[in-house]
Ligand binder design. Sequence first.
Ligand code: MSP
Length: 686
Amino acid sequence: MTPRQKFYITTPIYYVNARPHIGHAYTTIACDAIARQKRMAGFDTYFLTGTDEHGQKIERSASAAGKSPKQFVDEVSAEFRALWDKMGIKYDGFIRTTDAHHERGVQEMFAKIRDNGFIYKAKYTGQYCIADELYVNEGGPGTPCPICGNPTETVSEENYFFKLSSFQDKLLKLYADQPELIRPEGRRNEVVSFVKSGLRDQSISRASFKWGIPVPGDPAHVIYVWMDALINYCTAVGYGSKEKRDHEMFAKYWPADLHMIGKEIVRFHCVYWPAFLMAAGVELPKGIVAHGWLLFEESKMSKTRGNIVRAETIIDVMGNDALRYFLLREIVFGQDGSFSFDALVQRYDSDLANGLGNLSSRTLTMIQRYFQGKVPYPSAAAGRTAADKDIAALADKVIKNYNQLFSEYHFSRALEAAWSLVGAVNKYIVEQEPWVVADKTDEEGRSRLATILYTAAEALRVVTALVHPVIPDSTRKIWAQLGLAKIEQINPQTLKWGDLALGATLGTIEPVFPRSEKNAVERMQQMEQDRAAGGAKPDATQEPAGTGAVAGQPATQAAGGPAPNTSAASLSPTAKPAPISIDDFAKVELRVGQVKVAEKVKGADKLLRLEVDIGTEVRQVVAGIALAYEPEKLIGRKVVIVANLAPRKLRGLESNGMIVAASIGEQGSPVLAGFLEDVPVGARLK
Ligand code: MSP
């Protein structure tokens, strides 16, 4: 017996500085749909996802949340996992970069690359973007990051370097020899021109913080978080383990067949990753596919922009399949696409409730009513009309097109093809008027009715099997209502018209896609607003209670963003708290203060202890602005202070008030509020 062909598919591992949102869900759903389709087609499929938990960004987020890095990453990683479980994502492996076996594997690959002569030590002085964990060699202080556009930080450290420059020709040869490696083609072309423009050696360690995997033999350095992260694809299937079964697993699944990624991380996957693997002497992945971004209100949905929508909201109101169908149908895979609640509900109503749902319920109800719930025998081929034959021919065509388009990850077009059959059959039913034919009780009438309903049911079976990987829950229900078993064992490649079991008894008929609630859009918007305003379950990455974050402030703070006792204005399109009255506003006592003393707080790199004169007294305030302001430069500066906040303790120091600041950029860097005109100390803002 020949062994089953394997298929190993991966999502990026998600940073745990943010809670999962539908941007993450988008990639995961696409991979889940592919994995399900491969399993149906008989592949021994391994679907990997997980969390990326090391690095400076995570370390800073943990400290902003007042948690140890380990406690912080455990919590957020568990949230990702819980969401995937709630969404019914059928992953085979969930890797965390803090897993001991991963850490060992990373060290092993690092040592291997070093033994092979591709690592040396040198000084790196240049720019670094912490949000993207990217070295930006060009430019000086404040140079924008090419990925997120925010100012980079200057880093000057003795680092380990990877000889990336030695791989320029090998990479170009790889792209030329395997044009299918990177898709879509536009992304491939970008990679080729980037590599052609020249590759510099790449720093692969950091020495200024600890939250990472130590360099073997030199624990003063931690391995660059992207090297650590990329190697997950190998360690998850056994790389670096001494166990026999892990060796076998690695031999079976590696190389990966498909790394699915978002377009912003193409360079890491298509340049660094193959170069690391070549240097380590490990086989290269077979395919890397980059999709576009999910936009919300015109910009990339991301926590740091504060414009996220959470999958839970949609699932709770509309169900899993609604989200899956919408994302894969609405967005042209590879391109950016917009999310809106209105569009989601419209798609659901038109394609699922009125389209597939209607086809299913009217067909099955009529079989129930006119044929006692048994799939009717159609008339022999000679007795079929052109309309019947057209549906059969269309179904076979759709099967072929759908499979082809799906295998090229053109989900939207594949679903469009499937729904062309749904539309055609719904039209066919209207034109054939089975409810009128049912009045004819002679043999000819019965036979005609049987053929119409058989044709509709068979088309329903075909569509249901095809789209099962995309909308698994509802198609499983339709399948059972058709009286069939084990939809996941239907091979979409061999699916063909005419295989519906005649005479089979239908299951219990129930609506699969109830029409959406009248106020579904408003309900989802309200749920997101409540969450953003802090009314919902607290964000794991939100400031912990008691650190002075303004109640009702959206949980949009970036890694290293505004820290305790800085009230930060944040650009959050989803954060539209209910209006407050002037009396509510009057409750907040905002006063002009002047900084008299400013000093760093020991052991808390983001905090400053300030003594602020507010006219009537001098207040001690602990503020999370140390990364943005030198204490000496603050002395004498006029600031705005929330003067009537209940006192809180931070790092053992009592804080009596909160300094007001705007939050800018991905990092949510605080900028203190001030005045153009001179204002007296103690003046009230109203
Ligand atoms: N940790 C790295 C990846 C390391 S892989 C070895 C990382 N993590 S991330 O949390 O920022 O997630 C990035 C991935 O999440 C994107 O590549 C994409 O797959 C998905 N998305 C996150 N936000 C998204 C959108 N707004 N739109 C589409 N995909 C999004 O980068």
